[in-house]
Design a protein around this ligand. Structure first.
Ligand code: DGT
Ligand code: CA
Ligand code: CA
Length: 573
């Protein structure tokens, strides 16, 4: 995560400077540097440590930026950034979380209206005071009002991909302590929810001071916020907070069940207990004052006549009924994936070439990949026109003989344009092994229009997959307003697959709609959308989302062998 942290600080620096009104060239330099670092295949720390190498060899990194990166790696921050953070109130920065509100608008709100928090902004918008500002119409004011709720809600949560590695490390380190018998993550992180509000960790131990002291001194922990006899709350360096609970062994299963949640799921479990004359709480299952179960989760579920239910399904969305009927799915596993069919290379905005991506996929145990660079509409990413795309495919054809063990499909991530046409002509798409159609532009179109675009793409006989169908970015922008029923029905009719894009900020389709698509009989593709070799590692988060959707191996198309997968495509060509 080191590179991601450095990139985040540069982005923050650029945002703060822009609010201050700094020179656009300087801002761009910081933002470009952030992208370069984020996409590096190795950690900047390793480059710094290597005497034969220099950060200034990286594209767009000069002496000044290199110096700053070294300072960040050494100290975790930058004096300049600390200073800016003091000058600009945190509430002003929070306004950046509102979709469509960038540093320029924030600067205007702050400097001209003196607005310094989301609350003040909401009041001003409700009073109609924003529309008088230059560059702010009635429409902007309305959009800001709608966006504020989104921002308030999103701000407190972090991506699972940012939270889980820290949680896993802390649990592993606690388990190694002499006094600790069992340690595990509970809460939303155990349910593999796409974002996490805080972490919940449970341990059983012969004494509670050892795990608490160890946590207090842990490398990832910044501060102890509260400490009691059996409970401790800390803030991690990442900003996320964590609750540690030390529970007796005879209550471990009951505590795991209780603190894994969700609240909605637990309400049903407690009701079932009552119906059986029992009481379930975090200490155990009780008949009167006598504990009859609670050492394991299995015991707790058995007490209410249910089999153990996978945490990913515990949302009270039908899992209890499935469990009751013995119909719980056997959920797909990360290791079930045989291929990854959405990734980018240096031909557009990726950081590695086709060969490097193929090698990286092979190292991760994948048997096939599809190269799906951007089409020309995405000018920012140097999208491919027909000529360059055909050149890429020719190149891949030649490379195939050099790579053993991984098959490479020639694909394209083709934009569905605002007018519902595709960004490349049919005769080009016809030559592809795989076409992923996506919407990048015009996501805010009204439901009718956006749905019509998706339907048009689905009806094109060369389109195999709809990629990141809603275009949402978690915590940053809501997805397009699409008519799912209409889209899924058409996809099922035409044999078009739907993607769960595994990028931690996308996870699109979400769990609920991935389940709905499966119910329509649509095969789901879990794909990384990697822009670097390391980008392939997010595939597991896509599988986690599939698990929350209740998907089994058979529901996920890229668990098939390449020849089976090809048949699912060929049917249409
Ligand atoms: P988060 O942290 O917002 O991502 O979501 P969770 O599910 O981790 O929620 P959290 O951390 O507030 O609590 C962890 C689990 O503990 C939750 O899923 C269910 C259980 N729990 C917490 N507070 C209550 C409560 O007041 N009533 C009940 N029934 N269960 C609770
Ligand atoms: Ca939690
Ligand atoms: Ca909690």
């Amino acid at each position: 995560m080191q590179n991601a942290e450095v990139a985040k600080l540069f982005d923050e620096l650029a945002d703060l400077l822009e609010i201050q009104g700094a020179n656009p060239f300087r801002l761009r330099a910081y933002r470009n540097a952030a992208r370069t670092i984020e996409n590096l295949p190795e950690s900047v720390g390793d480059i710094i440590a290597d005497p034969d190498r220099d950060l200034t060899d990286l594209p767009g990194i000069g002496k000044d930026l290199a110096q700053k990166i070294e300072t960040i790696v050494e100290t975790g921050s930058l004096p300049q950034l600390e200073e800016l953070r003091e000058q600009i109130p945190a509430g002003v920065v929070e306004m950046l979380r509102i979709p469509g509100v960038g540093p320029k608008k924030v600067a205007a709100l702050y400097k001209e209206l003196g607005i310094a928090s989301l609350d003040e902004l909401k009041q001003a918008a409700e009073a109609g005071r924003l529309a008088q500002l230059k560059g702010f119409g009635k429409k902007t004011e309305q959009a800001i009002l709608e966006g504020i709720d989104h921002a308030t809600e999103a701000g407190q949560r972090v991506y699972l991909a940012e939270a889980k590695p820290d949680a896993d490390r802390i649990v592993a380190d606690l388990s190694r302590l002499k006094s600790v018998k069992q340690a595990a993550v509970a809460g939303s992180c155990r349910r593999l929810k796409e974002t996490v509000g805080d972490l919940d960790v449970l341990v059983t131990a012969t004494r509670s001071d050892e795990p608490m002291d160890a946590l207090a001194q842990h490398e990832l922990v910044e501060k102890v916020l509260a400490r009691g006899e059996t409970k401790q709350r800390v803030r991690l360096r990442s900003g996320l907070e964590l609750d540690l609970r030390v529970v007796p062994e005879k209550s471990y299963g009951a505590a795991m069940q209780y603190f894994t949640g969700s609240k909605e799921h637990n309400i049903v479990i407690r009701r079932r207990a009552q119906e059986r004359g029992l009481k379930v709480n975090e200490y155990g299952v009780f008949r009167g004052s006598k504990q009859i179960a609670g050492r394991t989760e299995e015991e707790v579920y058995a007490a209410v006549d249910l089999p153990w239910i996978p945490p990913e399904l515990r949302e009270n969305r039908g899992e209890i009924e499935l469990a009751e009927r013995g119909r719980l799915p056997k959920l797909v596993e990360p290791s079930d994936l045989r291929g990854d069919v959405h990734m980018h290379t240096t031909d557009t905005d990726g950081t590695a070439d086709v060969l490097e991506m193929a090698e990286a996929a092979k190292q991760r145990g994948l048997k096939y990949i599809a190269i799906t660079d951007h089409s020309k509409r995405v000018t920012m990413a140097n999208g491919l026109d027909a000529t360059r795309l055909r050149q890429q495919w020719k190149k891949i054809d030649k490379l195939r003989s050099q790579v053993s063990g991984v098959e490479i499909l020639c694909g394209i991530e083709c934009d569905i344009l605002e007018d519902a046409s595709l960004d490349l002509p049919d005769e080009v798409l016809a030559e592809a092994d795989l076409v992923i159609a996506v919407i990048h532009y015009g996501l805010k179109q009204p439901r009718r229009q956006i749905t019509r675009r998706l339907l048009a793409a689905i009806q094109n006989r060369y389109v195999d997959v709809i990629g990141h169908p809603t275009g949402r970015l978690l915590g940053r922008r809501p997805g397009a307003d699409i008519d799912y029923d209409e889209v899924f029905k058409a996809a099922a009719d035409h044999g078009v697959m739907m993607e769960i894009n595994a990028h931690p900020s996308r996870l699109d389709l979400d769990d609920i709609h991935a389940a709905a698509a499966r119910d329509y009989g649509i095969p789901i593709v879990v794909a990384s959308d990697a822009h670097s070799p390391g980008g392939l590692d997010v595939l597991r988060y896509g599988v986690f989302q599939a698990r929350r959707a209740g998907l089994e191996k058979k529901d996920v198309a890229n668990t098939r062998t390449i020849s089976q997968f090809r048949k699912m495509l060929r049917r249409r060509h």
